[in-house]
Design a protein around this ligand. Structure first.
Ligand code: BJW
Length: 246
């Protein structure tokens, strides 16, 4: 077990953090782990809903086959998430938007905790659990706070589905392209709490690095990206990221 300490932030990383003008942060499920949100692949592949692994229940095929079951799974998760709060990692990242002249936050998370921490512009490459989307006309409906999920599309009356990107589905138009553009322009890129297994999001750090960015991974475990990074901070995001403010 690693204890987060300011000594992990090397002098080179500290210098780059202070000097950087364009910073990009890519987050994954691990950034919300300390808020109580289960990760997908951490903890022994235990993300299962009624006997179904998450890549079965969270799949495009399941939306076709059994949309009510998909809604049951997402309604349950919204109920859990409603009670949870951002942790010091979300809060540190929200502060950084006021520190750097150009700051981009890209998240794979659908939980909305970055916004709850105060992050203003968040590129959500995998959508949001707090919206529904019409399967036909693609109208979107807010389900945040106490908004009730509409039974059907208020415009065309067709079925609604969660506005999230399931396995085998395309990312929302423009989201990845914008994230990739920002990745190609940043000087410093943090990759926080992601197993770096799910593409195309996992390709963003590669774009950043090949365009000259300094790459810093924050994760208690090693990932396929670790060897590619300039520096790896081994530990929990909620303990490590606030150390940059000191
Ligand atoms: C901590 C911590 C702490 C713990 N602090 N860290 C190229 C090669 C191979 C395959 C593909 C490819 N391109 C596309 C694919 C297919 C597929 C894919 O990548 N599959 C791989 C798994 C092999 N990709 C797709 O299907 C994507 N679509 C696509 O590419 O469209 C084009 C296309 C269409 C059709 C055919 C072909 C191409 C869509 C991917 C959508 C992913 N959706 C999900 C589910 C969302 C809905 C839901 O929530 O139910 O999104 S899957 C799931 O994984 C979720 C996450 O956003 C995503 C990433 O997971 P993440 O965030 O990395 O979490 P974990 O759990 O994996 O890792 C947590 C990490 O945190 C761990 O490392 C811990 O150690 C760490 N951690 N505590 C810091 N305190």
């Amino acid at each position: 077990m690693h204890c987060a300490s300011a000594s992990q932030i090397t002098s080179e990383l500290g210098e780059r953090f202070r000097a950087a003008r364009k910073v990009l942060v890519l987050t994954g499920a691990g950034v919300s782990a300390e808020s109580g949100v289960p990760t997908f692949r951490g903890g022994g592949n235990s993300a299962v809903w009624k006997g179904m692994p998450f890549d079965v229940i969270s799949s495009a095929q399941m939306v076709e086959r059994d949309l009510p079951a998909v809604w049951e799974w997402f309604d349950y998760r919204r109920g859990v998430l409603k009670e949870l709060s951002p942790n010091p990692a979300h809060q540190a990242i929200a502060r950084w938007q006021n520190v750097f002249p150009e700051f981009t936050l890209v998240t794979q998370n659908i939980d909305g905790l970055h916004q709850k921490a105060g992050s203003r512009e968040v590129i959500e490459v995998h959508g949001s659990i707090w919206r529904a989307r019409c399967v036909s006309c693609h109208s979107r409906f807010d389900m945040s706070r106490d908004a009730v999920r509409p039974e059907a599309c208020l415009h065309c009356a067709d079925r609604l589905r969660p506005d999230v990107v399931l396995f085998g589905e395309m990312l929302p138009p423009g989201a990845f392209e914008l994230a990739a553009e920002k990745a190609s322009q940043c000087e410093l890129c943090f990759v926080v709490g992601t197993s770096s297994l799910v593409y195309p999001a996992a390709g963003l750090p590669e774009i950043a690095k090949s365009s000259g960015a300094y790459l810093c991974e924050v994760n208690p475990e090693r990932t396929p990206l670790s060897d590619f990074c300039d520096v790896v901070l081994t530990g929990k995001a909620g303990e490590l990221l606030p150390l940059f403010d000191q």
